[in-house]
Design a binder for this molecule. Structure first.
Ligand SMILES: Nc1ncnc2c1ncn2[C@@H]1O[C@H](COP(=O)(O)OP(=O)(O)O)[C@@H](O)[C@H]1O
Ligand SMILES: [Mg+2]
Length: 469
C-alpha cells in the first residue's frame, strides 16, 4: 500500500476511450508501479467503480496530480481541484478522507448568514486543509438516505484567501464529528443510525453528547484511579439523602442530572439540628430560605419540578476576590488517538452566586491570573495537576462510554489544592468570537478534532488494506 497526497482534477483529454479512466504522469506510474491500461477499483466513501489506468502525456511529469475522467467526478461527488490522500494497493485506488461536521440546522444557518454562531467553522476548514481531508458541514436535514448522499456545505477560498461556504451534493463521509446536542433518546440519535447503516465502517465521534450527571458520577466513583476527583455523589431520592450528606460535609449541592447553564442548582447548609439554609438563583437573583429539609424541598418544588436530581458533596473552592470560580478544561483525543490537554480558562461567579456559569452571570478570566493571585508560585504545579486530573478523568470515561472525543471539564480547586470534577460536557462550546490572546489555544481545539477524525480514518485504512499489521 502506498499513500500519496495528490490534487484531483478532471482531465481535458477527449479521446474516445476516456470512460472512467484515471490518469497519472509517467513519473507517478513508475513510482507507484502501475501498469498502463490495467483495471483498478476506485473507491471514495461508499462509492466504488472500475477504472482503467492511463499515462497522462504532460511535460512536468513529477506534478502531484491525479486526473479523473469527468464521469468519475459525477459518481464520487467530490469537488474538482481538491487535494486529498490517494491510496494505491494492488487492486484499489482509494480517495479520502471525507470528514463531516454534524451540526444543528440553526447554527449552520446562523453561520452562513454571518450571524453570531457558537462555532467558527472556518477553523475546521483550515485544519482539514492541513490534514489533506475533504471537509463539509451538514445538518440531518441535508441527508438523503435514499440516494445516499449529503447536500452539505464545503469551504472554498475566495480571492482574499477567506473561506466561503457552498452548498453541493457530497459523498457520505468516512468520519463524522457530532456537534449536536444528542441524547440516546433524541430523534437525532435514530437519524444518525441511518447514516451508520449507509456507511457500515463510519467513525462517529461524540455519538452522544448529552449524558446524565448521575451516569458520569457513577462511572467515576467506580473508577479506582479517577474516583478521588469526583465529590461524593448520590441520587436524590428524598430528604434523608440531603440530611446524610450534611452530616458528613458542611455543604451539599443539589443538581438536576440533565440540565446545564447552572439552571436548577441549589446549595444547602446545616445550621442547627433540623434547621437548614438553601441558596439558589432565579432570574439572576440570589435567594435563600431556611427551615427543615422537607419544608425547603416543598418550597423549592417549583424550581426542581419532577426532574431527577443528584446530591453532591459541596466543595469549599478557593475564592478569587471573594467569589467562587472554576476552571473549564478542554481535553481531546488527538491525531495519534490519545487524550491530550488543549486549553483551559476560568470563570468567576457573579457576586454572591453559588454557580460560576457565564449564563448565570459568571465572567471568563484567564486561569493563570486567578491561580497566580491565589496560589502564587505554586501555579505551575497546580496546572500540571489539573492536566493530569483531566487526562485521568478522560481515560476513565473513555473506558465506559463509546466514541467520546471532546471533553469540556468543569473543575474546582480548594485551598488545599485538591482538584474536583463538577461536570463533564461532551459538546464544549467553541466560540466564534475569539480574543487574540487565546487564539492559538482555540485553534488547537478545532485542529485536534479534525486530526482525531483523520487518525480514525487512517486506522480503518490500515485495517482494511494492511491487515497483517
Ligand atoms: N459539588 C459542588 N461543589 C461546589 N460547587 C459546585 C459543585 N457542583 C457545581 N458547583 C458549581 O456550580 C456550577 C454548575 O455546576 P455544573 O455541575 O457544572 O452544572 P451545569 O451543567 O449547570 O453547568 C459549577 O461550575 C460550580 O461553580
Ligand atoms: Mg457546568
Amino acid at each position: 500500500m502506498k499513500k500519496e497526497i495528490l490534487k484531483i482534477v478532471p482531465n481535458s483529454l477527449s479521446t474516445s476511450d476516456n470512460q472512467q479512466t484515471v490518469y497519472l504522469s509517467a513519473y507517478w506510474m513508475e513510482h507507484l508501479k502501475l501498469k498502463e491500461n490495467s483495471m483498478y477499483t476506485l473507491i471514495c466513501s461508499i462509492n466504488s467503480l472500475p477504472v482503467k489506468i492511463k499515462k497522462m502525456p504532460v511535460k512536468d511529469i513529477s506534478n502531484n496530480i491525479l486526473w479523473l475522467s469527468p464521469d468519475i467526478f459525477e459518481k464520487i461527488l467530490i469537488p474538482e481541484g481538491i487535494t486529498l490522500e490517494v491510496i494505491f494497493t494492488e487492486k484499489v485506488i482509494r480517495i479520502g478522507p471525507i470528514i463531516a461536521l454534524l451540526t444543528e440546522n440553526k447554527f449552520l444557518k446562523d453561520y452562513l448568514n454571518g450571524t453570531k454562531c457558537v462555532e467558527k467553522y472556518d477553523l475546521y476548514a483550515d485544519a482539514a486543509e492541513n490534514a489533506s481531508a475533504l471537509i463539509y458541514v451538514f445538518s440531518l436535514r441535508n441527508l438523503n438516505s435514499k440516494d445516499k448522499y449529503i447536500n452539505g456545505y464545503i469551504p472554498k477560498k475566495d480571492e482574499n484567501n477567506k473561506w466561503t461556504w457552498h452548498k453541493r451534493l457530497l459523498p457520505m463521509p468516512d468520519a463524522i464529528c457530532n456537534r449536536m446536542a444528542t441524547a440516546a433518546t433524541s430523534p437525532a440519535y435514530e437519524r444518525i443510525k441511518l447514516i451508520e447503516e449507509i456507511v457500515p465502517n463510519i467513525k462517529i465521534v461524540n455519538r452522544v453528547t448529552k449524558i446524565s450527571k448521575w451516569t458520569i458520577a457513577e462511572i467515576l466513583q467506580r473508577d479506582l484511579v479517577a474516583k478521588k476527583y469526583i465529590p461524593e455523589t448520590h441520587l436524590l431520592r428524598g430528604s434523608g439523602d440531603i440530611i446524610n450528606m450534611l452530616e458528613k460535609y458542611p455543604v451539599a449541592y443539589l443538581k438536576p442530572v440533565r440540565r446545564s447553564l447552572g439552571l436548577g442548582i441549589i446549595k444547602m447548609e446545616k445550621n442547627t439540628e433540623g434547621n437548614y439554609t438553601a441558596y439558589y438563583n432565579v432570574n439572576r437573583f440570589n435567594l435563600k430560605i431556611n427551615g427543615d429539609v422537607n419544608y425547603i424541598l416543598a418550597e423549592l418544588s417549583e424550581i426542581m419540578g419532577k426532574r431527577r436530581y443528584i446530591v453532591q458533596q459541596g466543595i469549599p473552592v478557593a475564592l478569587y476576590r471573594g467569589e467562587i470560580f472554576d476552571l473549564r478544561v478542554t481535553i481531546q483525543k488527538n491525531g495519534i488517538g490519545e487524550w491530550s490537554f488543549s486549553r483551559w480558562s476560568a470563570r468567576v461567579a457573579g457576586p454572591g452566586n453559588i454557580v460560576s456559569n457565564v449564563a448565570a452571570g459568571g465572567k471568563g478570566v484567564p486561569a493563570k491570573r486567578i491561580l497566580r493571585e491565589i496560589f502564587g508560585d505554586r501555579f505551575q504545579g497546580i496546572k500540571d495537576e489539573v492536566k493530569k486530573a483531566g487526562l485521568i478523568i478522560a481515560e476513565a470515561l473513555d473506558r465506559r462510554l463509546i466514541s467520546i472525543g471532546d471533553l469540556g471539564l468543569d473543575i474546582g480547586i480548594d485551598l488545599n489544592e485538591n482538584i474536583y470534577l463538577f461536570e463533564a460536557n461532551f459538546r464544549a462550546i467553541r466560540p466564534s468570537n475569539i480574543n487574540s490572546k487565546d487564539k492559538e489555544a482555540w485553534r488547537r481545539t478545532y485542529h485536534t478534532s479534525i486530526y482525531y477524525l483523520r487518525y480514525l480514518y487512517d486506522v480503518e485504512i490500515e485495517k482494511k488494506y494492511n491487515p497483517q499489521l
